[in-house]
Design a protein around this ligand. Structure first.
Ligand SMILES: [Zn+2]
Length: 499
């Protein structure tokens, strides 16, 4: 992480007038704030502090708190330095008089994307979840938060709805005007999106980009967080999203921006579904939920690491079943899979030459995939279309009546709260459907060529291959072959297929 990636914040400290209740001087609090900032990837660009005691003594109100509110509202210091949030030791440091909390939240949430943190970590002041807000939540009633949040959003949305290009850093893939596609970055980004759609891993892409010297617009190396953030952004297909919600027009359709898109809305929806599903789940080629799977957190160097499992029968009659680890064999051009030593959780009684196992499993999976290409690839139309249209029409009607004051506030919000989750549910369903359609349309006929190719642009990398294998197989159980050197026996490999 470089200096420019840090979030610019201010901090606030307050020494209470009642010394007996106060364990922290301003200096102490500032030290804690510094640690908090460092831990959370923030940098403090200005510091505010009030001293209740001296304020009383001098008869002067040193209102740095008020000054800070001004800074937070405008989002910048007098010299133009951007301010994206505030750090304190604890909520109670902000209290000076009634109404301070409200005004603080109001100033901080005046724009989207600001952060607030205390010594325990970030707190979401945009959230309606009062429970998680602690003291803040106790003071501000639910409705008040809603009101402030709505006001801040409306401000932002009003601009977004016009499809205006908002100020900020140049997004990767576009030129400085933020509209025209970048001749080098746009194709790269499109390729990356397609790779992930085809089951590729983001980490593998980052590694490739690092090798090629592809940098972020700020000149940094790509890492998993930054690249997945870019791929999750609907900007790719011309849409806008604020805090996880797509910006819709009055007809309930996503608003298209003024910039050139890199992929189609259908492709983006499929990507979005992939990221949503990756939060711990894997879905098969036809969109079915295959339940929890261990995530591929890191880029594996071998085809079957963590997929191949030990088939040794232990003394108590159970199968060892531990995932095998892989390693290069010294002075040989092949690797082997082996069960970890008992000290680190395996039985240590199995080892198998890796290249032959990989080849056998690859051929089995390829045969299965090729079989599929003869099956139906047309998934038909999405059946929720009509229902989604109806719900969106209802929402539009509600908004119109609300605008004309022919409906009460209470009724309006009750209805909106009922409709919104239903529409979200349908949209999520539509996304999953698009993902299925995308995958079904994928050309599997060339898979063998792409699998073994070393040079073709569309060759599969290891993470994509692992993706196909994990999609096809639950596991490969490697059964023991007995003592001594023996020829490779495929019967000792048990392929556990997903159906
Ligand atoms: Zn074992």
């Amino acid at each position: 992480m470089t200096e420019s990636d840090l979030i610019s914040v201010v901090d606030y400290a307050r020494a209470s007038a009642d010394k007996s209740k106060d364990e922290h001087t301003v200096k102490d609090q500032r030290r804690v704030n510094e640690l908090t900032a460092k831990r959370l990837g923030c940098k403090i660009v200005a510091r505010f502090a009030d001293n209740d005691k001296s304020a009383m003594k001098d008869g002067v109100i040193r209102d740095e708190f008020e000054e800070m509110l001004g800074v937070l509202r405008t989002g910048q210091l007098a010299d133009g330095t951007r301010v994206m949030g505030c750090i304190v030791v604890a909520d109670d440091r902000l209290v000076r008089r009634t109404g301070d909390y409200e005004r603080f939240v109001d100033a901080l949430t005046f724009e989207e994307g600001r952060v607030y943190a205390d010594a325990r970590g970030f707190k979401d002041l945009y959230s309606e979840d009062v429970e998680s807000m602690g003291l803040m939540g106790a003071v501000i009633s639910r409705m008040e938060i809603k009101k402030m949040r709505r006001r801040a959003r409306e401000w932002h949305r009003a601009r977004a709805r016009e499809g205006n290009i908002l100020p900020g850093n140049r997004p990767f893939g576009w030129l400085e005007d933020r509209k025209t596609l970048h001749p080098v970055e746009a194709p790269l980004l499109r390729q990356a999106a397609l790779r992930v759609l085809a089951g590729g891993s983001v980490t593998a892409l980052c590694n490739e980009w690092q090798r090629k010297g592809v940098k972020t617009p700020r000149g940094n190396d790509w890492v998993h967080v930054s690249l997945s953030r870019v791929l999750k952004n609907p900007r790719l297909c011309g849409w806008r999203m604020i805090r996880g919600e797509l910006i819709m027009d009055d007809r309930g359709e996503p608003v298209s921006g003024q910039w050139e898109p890199i992929i189609t809305p259908g492709q983006w929806q499929a990507l979005h579904a992939i990221f949503a599903e990756r939060k711990g789940k894997v879905i098969d080629r036809f969109g079915g939920d295959q339940g929890q799977l261990p995530r591929d957190f890191r880029e594996h160097s071998y085809l079957l690491s963590a997929i191949a499992r030990c088939g040794v029968v232990l003394d108590d009659g159970t199968l060892c079943h531990r995932p095998l680890r892989a390693g290069q064999v010294t002075n040989a051009d092949y690797h082997r899979y082996l069960c970890k030593a008992p000290a680190i959780g395996g039985c240590g009684r199995l080892t198998r030459r890796g290249d032959v196992v990989d080849e056998f499993v690859t051929e089995a999976v390829l045969a299965k995939l090729e079989e599929r290409t003869t099956g139906p690839t047309d998934v038909g139309p999405w059946l929720g279309e009509r229902e989604l249209e109806m719900k969106q029409e209802q929402m539009r009607e509600l908004r119109l009546r609300f605008a004309k004051h022919t409906i009460s506030n209470t009724l309006f919000f009750t209805e909106v709260e009922r409709l919104e989750p239903e529409i979200q549910q349908l949209r999520a369903d539509q996304e999953r459907f698009n993902l299925t359609a995308q995958r079904a349309a994928q050309d599997l006929t060339a898979i063998r060529r792409r699998w073994y190719s070393e040079t073709d642009e569309d060759r599969l990398d290891l993470s994509q291959k692992r993706g196909y294998i994990r999609e096809a197989l639950h596991a490969v159980i490697v059964h023991p072959a007995g003592k001594g050197r023996r020829p490779f026996n495929p019967d000792l490999l048990e392929l556990v297929w997903r159906e």
